[in-house]
Design a protein around this ligand. Structure first.
Ligand SMILES: [Mg+2]
Length: 271
């Protein structure tokens, strides 16, 4: 017994010694590994958006609020015919399957893989979206879909929306990105030229106002405060924990530096 205990102790000492000898080199991971790491970081957000009952209910709740706000705003005096403007991705269409596929493969967003997904036209409707927009039409509102999907993805997007039962999913009402101008201000202005825009819905604050693109001052929170009443009345914010301007503000846009920037961001905010 004593002898076996001694052997065990000796083995433990050797093992500890060997463990101490393992040195982790403090070098940055190669780009491909960093990509996989970044993808893993996004996994919980992706599962929430793709598979959680909480996420599904939250969308229903947003569209319940949208209906209330629409009723309130239609009761305000207006001369022009009414319209509702919605963003598409993560507002009416659910692209979490694309994110899930990336996460499963250990990959990240690329223009090419996104384009492939968009052309499939396989996105599902987010809970409450079709019903709300049908209700808007029943209240004599036009529906405009202002999206930063590329023009090359327009036909597939219209088909995707149409097959899911979204109203006014046609050439005139689906406004894709012209060139690489992601700023939606001009497209919103085109709609408001002939319409009273009674409500906007989006998963990014820039779906409401381009001023929210600038996050240099306290991550954009002062702008939210300054526009609080207008936002509350005319904009319904949808949840999207997977990507967005908020993430760019925290991690930077340069892929190879994202990990380091995120780590620094967290370190700054840790207590
Ligand atoms: Mg969106």
């Amino acid at each position: 017994m004593k002898k076996s205990l001694l052997i065990l102790m000796a083995l433990t000492v050797i093992a500890c010694h060997q463990q101490q000898a393992v040195v982790v080199p403090p070098v940055a991971a190669p780009l491909a590994e960093r990509g996989a790491l970044l993808s893993q970081q996004n996994v919980d957000a992706t599962i929430y958006q793709n598979s959680s009952a909480e996420g599904a209910r939250l969308f229903e709740q947003c569209y319940e609020l949208a209906k209330l706000r629409l009723d309130q705003n239609l009761a305000r005096p207006h001369d022009l015919p009414a319209a509702v403007i919605v963003d598409i991705d993560e507002t009416v269409l659910d692209n979490s399957a694309y994110q899930v596929t990336n996460a499963a493969k250990g990959g990240n967003y690329t223009k090419e893989s996104w384009n492939e997904w968009a052309l499939m036209g396989a996105a599902k409707a987010l809970p409450g979206a079709v019903e709300f927009l049908k209700y808007a039409v029943s209240r004599d509102c036009a529906v405009y879909y202002i999206t930063n999907r590329a023009t090359s993805e327009k036909n597939a997007t219209i088909k995707n929306l149409f097959e899911l039962g979204f109203p006014m999913a046609d050439e005139a009402h689906v406004m894709t990105m012209e060139g690489d101008v992601s700023d939606k201000t001009d497209r919103r202005a085109l709609v408001s030229k002939g319409h009273y825009v009674a409500l906007l819905c989006g998963d990014q604050l820039t779906d409401f106002d381009q001023r929210f693109k600038d996050r240099s001052n306290e991550l954009g929170l002062p702008t939210v405060k300054a526009l609080h009443d207008t936002l509350s009345r005319y904009f319904v914010m949808m949840p999207n924990p997977m990507y967005g301007t908020w993430l760019d503000a925290a991690g930077g846009r340069v892929d190879s530096l994202k990990l380091e920037r995120k780590a620094a961001f967290l370190q700054q905010r840790a207590y």
